[in-house]
Design a protein around this ligand. Sequence first.
Ligand SMILES: [Zn+2]
Ligand SMILES: [Zn+2]
Length: 213
Amino acid sequence: MSAKLAGGLNRHEGHCRMPENSTPTRGVPHADPRSPYVFDLRELGRRAGSLKHYRRSVPAPAIVGPQLIAVPSGAVVRLDVRLESVTEGVLVTGSVTAPVSGECARCLEPVRDELAVELCELFAYPDSATDRTTEEEEVHRVDGDYLDVEPVVRDAVVLGLPFTPLCRPDCAGLCPTCGGRLDDLPPGHAHEQIDPRWAALASRRDTDTASKE
Ligand SMILES: [Zn+2]
Ligand SMILES: [Zn+2]
């Protein structure tokens, strides 16, 4: 698995691991043939080596949980996938591109970017050796004539989101004293540190000055 934010805000590198890229859930409801995430395998056939390439624009998968950055609900996600018939099932490889928006972890400015993640996932045939030797939650399964990539896409997107989104790699964050955004403040922005023992005197002096006016 490798993922990158196209804008270069953050970068995760890895390699395609199988089959533990994404965790199938036990007892998943049957694939809905009308879902844009579902592929009809009758177009591919079961002859090993058979290939199909699909490009689809699909609505963003539902992602739950609080995140500093996320794919906005209703956003269009682009799938560019290759389905390959292999002895044990169908190998899904390709990429997912999604817009992401959120806020900078340091200065809270809005952050918008595009996330690109790669997919590499085996969906086992129900009558394969893989099916007999693995648990349902270890390897995804082909569901009859259909293959539902939504859980795989969702997991890949979640794993690809940066833990610490930044508006720019060296964002200076916020001033701990006044809360101003340091990148917007003049260089060397600082506050005079007044000893608390003198603070009382200083405020009395201010009051005296005010009363003389
Ligand atoms: Zn920032
Ligand atoms: Zn300040």
